[in-house]
Design a protein around this ligand. Structure first.
Ligand code: SF4
Length: 339
């Protein structure tokens, strides 16, 4: 089955017609880059404007390029596909939705049968940007199968039932009302985040392969590795605290606070800033034995091999507790937000 994601052209054209920009800039996740480039060319043909596509990696709504777009002389920038409640970022950036209209009917029926066989009566629903409109339809199917379906209220940038890879408010807030969590969509990344943040058994409903996948054992593996990194970091003397340089990631105050806290345990700490946290950049700083980072927490959780500890904020909190003489909690990721 081919992907069925569509970018909201009506919103795009409306903004162009209202603002009459001379130069526009786009950025989009890789899965939408091809369509975004096609739209950029179409807009150049239809309107009197120049269109530039920034093709750097784009992973989340933290990845807006308002500053870059202004430096490129743009009047308007479009950030594609993260479907947040906020419609404008920075000075010139508009968030443009992209929706996937693939049906979840078949896979939801399959999940209902599986849950019923397991005696499960209450399921929490969550999904990422592209499938938010499907939540109510999935809920109806579950209810018809006598499974109570709960969708958490949206908060901040998140719509009802929506999660990011690092923000889980709607799902976290209903975790005591459900037996399991269901993630709508083909995304192990989001399913693992959902499982770790809610602490609930979690199933991924993949509408493309028509599969219902229990992700709990993979989440447990990730958790064990994350805990191991915390114990390794305890032995380090020289630390780097990395501030993410992406527009939605810059957390200077929190990074300074972590630096001070690590220093209070006798660690030597340097502040570092990076746009992309990669093994190459980490390994270029050979004298630093361990890093903590306030950029994207998923870099520390998703199995990247840096060769030395690179801790997310929840892991850093666990490290600070460890240095104070407490054990590392296996529930360290059970939080609404990982930053
Ligand atoms: S910080 Fe990471 S997980 Fe959070 S929105 Fe950005 S890319 Fe996604």
């Amino acid at each position: 089955m081919s992907l069925t994601i569509k970018i909201d052209r009506v919103a795009l054209d409306t903004i162009v017609q209202q603002n009459h920009p001379k130069r526009i800039v786009f950025n989009a996740p890789d899965g939408l880059l091809r369509e975004t480039r096609a739209i950029a060319q179409e807009l150049e043909s239809s309107y009197d404007l120049q269109a530039i596509v920034i093709a750097d990696p784009t992973y989340g709504s933290c990845d807006t390029v308002d500053g870059d777009a202004q430096r490129l002389g743009a009047d308007v920038a479009f950030h594609i596909g993260h479907n947040v409640t906020v419609k404008k970022f920075g000075k010139i950036t508009y968030s443009i939705d992209a929706v996937d209209d693939v049906s979840f009917a078949t896979v939801t029926q399959k999940a209902s049968d599986l849950l019923k066989d397991g005696g499960i009566k209450r399921a929490g629903l969550a999904t990422f940007a592209q499938h938010v409109p499907e939540l109510s339809r999935v809920s109806e199917i579950l209810e018809r199968n006598e499974i109570s379906a709960v969708i958490g209220k949206g908060m901040g940038q998140l719509h009802d039932g929506q999660i990011f890879g690092c923000e889980f408010y709607p799902a976290f807030n209903i975790r005591d009302k459900v037996d399991v969590m269901l993630l709508l969509g083909q995304s192990m990344f989001h399913a693992l985040g959902l499982c770790l943040s809610t602490g609930k058994p979690t199933y991924m409903l993949d509408p493309y392969l028509n599969e219902v996948i229990n992700v709990s054992s993979v989440a447990e593996e990730r958790l064990k590795k994350a805990v191991l990194s915390v114990y390794k970091a305890r032995e380090a003397y020289r630390f780097g605290v990395i501030i993410g340089l992406k527009e939605g990631q810059i957390m200077t105050d929190q990074s300074l606070k972590l630096k001070k806290e690590l220093e209070s345990f006798g660690k030597v700490v340097q502040l570092i800033a990076l746009r992309e946290i990669t093994a190459d950049r980490i390994n270029a700083m050979t004298d630093i034995e361990a890093f903590v980072q306030t950029g994207c927490p998923r870099i520390s959780v998703d199995g990247y091999n840096f060769g030395k500890p690179v801790l997310s904020v929840p892991q850093t909190d666990a490290l600070l507790r460890l240095l104070s003489g407490n054990e590392v909690s296996m529930e360290m990721f059970e939080r609404k937000h990982w930053l």
